[in-house]
Design a protein around this ligand. Structure first.
Ligand code: MN
Length: 445
């Protein structure tokens, strides 16, 4: 297993921008899934009772990996590495770490490229994405949500504590809390508007009612690959060997519950009723061309030595363009497409993937294959780059007006929220994450 992953040691033939697949839909400019991406997910034919099984997105199709192995289109070693994944969970494959992931990537890059001898064997193993449904790709044992978006932390801090927006630990500690894994769903997730306790500033006592301040949070999720033994911290030099890949994550939040309950122990029922992830895990290898330096503003403290490394400073960041869109019930009825609410970049995160992993384990805490680490809301520096409605509406005071004339301060019943992400860099093929879509339904009577 290699130590720190520098682009120079991780870029290989699979990143060649001139590579083309024998599948035309993978060669279009619009696709999120060219042959340079090859993200993993769990799928089956929609409406069937088949087991969910591992697949890789390519163009508008999915390679059914187990069918491809059966057809002899992938090497035996790759088939062996996928053996534990036939029943809807990628954990056994994820736990094998980087080498197994790279072997699969190399094999698929060869089998799917124009002129490959494997085309005839692989063709019957394709399933159209339009005919598929997805599952959460692995058993998520534990879910931790960090708070690495400093612009979000500052803006929300001002709303909750006008005199004290950014707490003094923020620039020293990658702040996080332990969330709940059971309510994480895959894109397409629908959930009913949650009920909870709220107390307005002028109320004498709290009341129980459906949230009136339902919000989304634009986040990325990092899936853990190889775990660590209890008591064995992961140093920065090895941190990324434990990262499997990234998904989009919408950390739905009830701001009225949150404001009332969050002190002294942090988020609880405001956050655990639903969280939505995109179906495809974009691997660390696919993201290798899009690394970025880890930067701090002049005057900010340097991270403590255990959270610092040359490699992290040079390329610990990831330049992933993010956007959030809304499609209201009225827009859907009128046949209108989703409308963009904001755009930001993961490049602005205050702490990197490696720092989240190293900090999480510095006390000996054991991460396990399939654990999910949320990045926290990724807002840009400008107000219009905010990754939540709480920020975009200035705490619910200034409604946004949509193109069809509707207004929003928070999410309304029937609204769909869609997160998207794209990576672009000159000299490399652009890749995307696919949609992360979720919809809120009216509260139960
Ligand atoms: Mn969050």
């Amino acid at each position: 297993m290699s130590a720190a992953t520098l682009p120079t040691d991780t870029l290989d033939f699979t990143h060649d921008a001139t590579l083309r697949a024998w599948l035309a839909s993978a060669n279009t400019l619009e696709t999120d899934f060219p042959i340079q991406n090859l993200p993993l997910g769990m799928f089956r034919r929609a409406g069937s009772q088949e087991n969910f099984r591992p697949g890789v997105a390519i163009g508008d199709q999915i390679v059914d990996l187990l069918a491809a192995c059966d057809a002899g289109a992938l090497p035996l070693a790759v088939a062996v590495s996928l053996a534990g994944c036939a029943h809807g969970e990628l954990n056994a494959f994820m736990a094998q770490g980087r080498a197994a992931r790279v072997a699969l990537r190399h094999a698929l890059s060869h089998s799917l490229r124009e002129g490959s001898d494997h085309q005839a064997a692989l063709q019957p193993a394709l399933v159209a994405q339009a005919e598929a449904e997805y599952a959460v790709p692995c058993r998520i044992g534990d879910y931790t949500d960090f708070y690495t978006g400093i612009h979000h932390a500052t803006t929300v801090g001002k709303l909750f504590r006008p005199d004290n927006p950014l707490l003094p630990n923020y620039k020293w500690v990658p702040i996080g809390y332990h969330g709940r894994a059971s309510s994480i769903g895959v894109s397409g997730q629908q959930f009913v508007r949650p009920r909870g306790q709220t107390k307005g500033p002028n109320d004498d006592v709290p009341v129980l009612h459906p949230t009136q301040r339902l919000d989304y949070e634009l986040e990325l999720g990092v899936f853990v690959g190889q775990g660590n033994a209890l008591g064995d911290p992961i140093p920065m030099a090895q941190a990324e060997d434990h990262a499997f890949g990234l998904v989009l994550l919408n950390d739905w939040s009830a701001r009225d519950f949150q404001a009332w309950e969050y002190q002294p122990l942090g988020p609880f029922l405001a956050k655990n009723f639903a969280s939505t992830i995109s179906p495809w895990i974009v691997t660390m290898e696919a993201l290798a061309p899009f690394r970025a330096p880890f930067m701090r503003e002049a005057g900010d403290p340097s991270p403590l030595p255990y959270l610092d490394s040359d490699s992290n400073r040079q390329q610990g960041g990831l330049d992933i363009g993010l956007e959030v869109l809304i499609q209201t019930q009225a827009m859907r009825a009128a046949g209108l497409p989703p409308e963009r609410l904001s755009q930001s970049s993961y490049r602005d995160a205050y702490w990197t993937v490696a720092q989240m992993i190293t900090h999480h384990t510095v006390n000996g805490c054991n991460l396990q294959a399939g654990d999910l680490l949320g990045s926290g809301t990724q807002s840009g520096k400008k107000p219009e780059q905010a990754g939540s409605l709480l920020e975009l509406s200035a705490g619910g005071k200034i409604p946004l007006t949509l193109a069809n004339g509707e207004t929003r301060t928070f999410v309304q019943d029937g609204d769909s929220i869609i997160l998207r992400a794209h990576c672009q860099r000159s000299g490399f093929r652009s890749i995307g994450f696919g949609d992360c879509q979720g919809q809120v339904l009216e509260a139960k009577a």
